[in-house]
Ligand binder design. Structure first.
Ligand SMILES: NC(=O)c1ccc[n+]([C@@H]2O[C@H](COP(=O)([O-])OP(=O)(O)OC[C@H]3O[C@@H](n4cnc5c(N)ncnc54)[C@H](OP(=O)(O)O)[C@@H]3O)[C@@H](O)[C@H]2O)c1
Length: 287
C-alpha cells in the first residue's frame, strides 16, 4: 500500500509513520512547511505526485484553547483542510482516512458515545473538526473517519508528560476529576488505524484505548507508575476555568471498531505503562 500522511510530524504522525513502515507500506509523511493543507493546489499536486492508495489526514490545529481565539484559522485548517484532503484523495483515486475527536460531542451522555449519536460541539476546536467531518462525508465516498480522544505518545508534549514533569519539579498537582474520557496511546491508535484499513470498511469509527477515567485518574496512574511518590489533589472544572469548554463525559464506544476489526484496543493503564517505557519514564528522552 502507498500512503500519504498529512500532519506526519505531529504526535500521532510520529506513531503512524513507523507503523506503516513496519507493516511494509510505502509512506510519504508531509507537514508544514512543505505541505499546508489550507492550500488546495499544492495539496493536489503532492497527492497526484505520490499516487497513494490512501491519504491519512492527521494535520490539524489541535491546541483546543488557542482555537477559541484563532477561530478563522481553526476552521481553515480543521474544516477546509479536511475538505481539501477529501478532494485531493478523490481526484487521485485514493481512499481517505481522516482523524476526528470526542470534542464533536457535548458531553451530556452517561454511556459511551456511538458513532451515530448527534454531534453538538461546545468549542471552536470541536466545531471546526465537525466541519471537517462533514466535508469529508460530502466530498469523498471512500472515507474512514476515526474519532479518538485524550491522546498521549512520544515526541510531542502531552498531558501525561506534562504531569510527570511537574511532579518531578515538585509542583503542587491539582487535577480535574469531573471530566471523563478514554486516554489513547498514539502507538495503539496507529495499529487501530491499520486494522480499520485492512478491514476494508468505509464510514465513521470510534477508536480509543479501552476503559475510561478522569484526568485525575490518568495523572495518578502515570505518577504512580513512574515511581514518583507525589500527592495529587482533585479539583473540578469550575475551579479550573479554561478558554474552551470541555465535554464532561466524552467516552467513545469502540463496539463498531471491534466488530469490523475483530480486535480490542489495549486498556489505557497498560498503554500508559508502555508510553512510560518508550519515553524513559516520561522524561521526554524518547529512544
Ligand atoms: N491530541 C489529541 O488528544 C487528539 C484527540 C482526538 C483527535 N485528535 C486528532 O488527531 C489528529 C492528530 O493529532 P495530534 O495530537 O497528532 O496533533 P499534533 O501533534 O498537533 O499534530 C498535527 C500536525 O499538523 C500540523 N499542521 C497544523 N496546521 C497545518 C497545516 N495548515 N497544514 C499541514 N499541517 C498542519 C501541525 O503542525 P504545527 O505543530 O506546526 O501546528 C502538526 O505537526 C488531529 O486531526 C487531531 O484533531 C487528536
Amino acid at each position: 500500500m502507498r500512503v500519504l500522511v498529512t500532519g506526519a510530524a505531529g504526535m500521532l504522525g510520529q506513531a503512524v509513520m513507523p507503523a506503516l513502515a513496519a507493516a511494509g507500506h510505502a509512506a510519504l509523511g508531509l507537514d508544514l512547511p512543505e505541505l499546508d493543507v489550507t492550500r488546495l493546489e499544492p495539496f493536489q499536486g503532492a497527492v497526484q505526485g505520490f499516487r497513494p492508495d490512501w491519504v491519512f489526514h492527521l494535520a490539524a490545529l489541535t491546541k483546543v484553547d488557542d482555537c477559541e481565539v484563532r477561530r478563522d484559522e481553526a476552521f481553515l485548517v480543521n474544516g477546509l483542510g479536511a475538505r481539501h484532503a477529501a478532494l485531493a484523495a478523490a481526484e487521485a483515486g485514493a481512499a481517505l482516512l481522516a482523524l476526528s475527536t470526542d470534542y464533536v460531542f457535548d458531553g451530556t451522555a452517561t454511556s459511551p458515545y456511538r458513532e451515530s449519536d448527534a454531534a453538538n460541539p461546545q468549542s471552536v476546536y470541536g466545531a471546526s473538526k465537525w466541519a471537517g467531518e462533514q466535508a469529508v462525508r460530502e466530498v469523498h465516498p471512500r472515507h474512514v473517519i476515526v474519532r479518538s480522544s485524550w491522546m498521549f505518545g512520544p515526541g510531542v508534549v502531552n498531558f501525561v508528560d506534562t504531569i510527570l514533569a511537574r511532579a518531578r519539579a515538585g509542583e503542587r498537582l491539582r487535577v480535574v476529576d469531573d471530566q471523563r474520557g478514554s486516554p489513547t496511546f498514539t502507538r495503539d491508535l496507529a495499529q487501530g488505524l491499520l486494522r480499520l484499513v485492512n478491514a476494508g470498511v468505509c464510514g465513521t469509527y470510534h477508536c480509543t484505548n479501552s476503559g475510561d477515567c478522569t484526568w485525575y485518574d490518568l495523572a495518578a496512574h502515570a505518577v504512580a507508575r513512574a515511581g514518583l511518590g507525589v500527592p495529587l489533589e482533585r479539583t473540578d472544572t469550575v475551579s479550573f476555568p479554561r478558554p474552551a469548554k470541555r465535554p464532561a463525559y466524552s467516552v467513545l464506544g469502540n463496539t463498531s471498531f471491534e466488530q469490523v476489526t475483530g480486535w480490542r484496543m489495549p486498556g489505557w493503564r497498560d498503554a500508559v505503562e508502555r508510553h512510560l517505557a518508550a519515553t524513559a519514564g516520561g522524561t521526554g528522552r524518547n529512544p
